[in-house]
Design a protein. Structure first.
Length: 119
């Protein structure tokens, strides 16, 4: 059974933008809010050269990396062809009241080793 940690409310994430969630280990997680208020969570590191995806431009259910404009799909963290590679995706839960939560186990264990997080 997953333990969910409340992070913020949907309204705390800018529309078509992101909010960073620091972790005790590893690269921060970026929460993204699409125009339809769907919320996604990815490791805040582009699979290409490690650019901060939280600083990219969100469009549809994708984000453009601010370094080299790679398009990363928010649903799975993978680059859109012809580019290739994926960043780590985190499970997100949004309550009926708009509270955004992340899985505590994933925050503790996914991409915490610098070698795992390297782009």
């Amino acid at each position: 059974m997953s333990e969910w940690i409340a992070i913020c409310h949907v309204q705390d994430i800018p529309p078509l933008g992101a909010r960073r969630v620091a972790r005790s280990q590893g690269v921060a997680v970026a929460l993204f809010r699409a125009a339809d208020d769907h919320v996604f969570a990815l490791l805040d590191r582009c699979p290409h050269k490690g650019g901060p995806l939280s600083q990219g431009i969100v469009f549809g259910h994708s984000v453009a990396c601010p370094l080299h404009n790679w398009t990363i799909e928010l649903a799975d963290g993978c680059a859109r062809a012809p580019d290739a590679g994926c960043t780590t995706r985190f499970a997100v839960q949004v309550s009926a009241g708009g509270e955004v939560s992340l899985d505590a186990d994933e925050l503790r264990t996914l991409a915490v080793d610098p070698a795992q997080a390297a782009a």
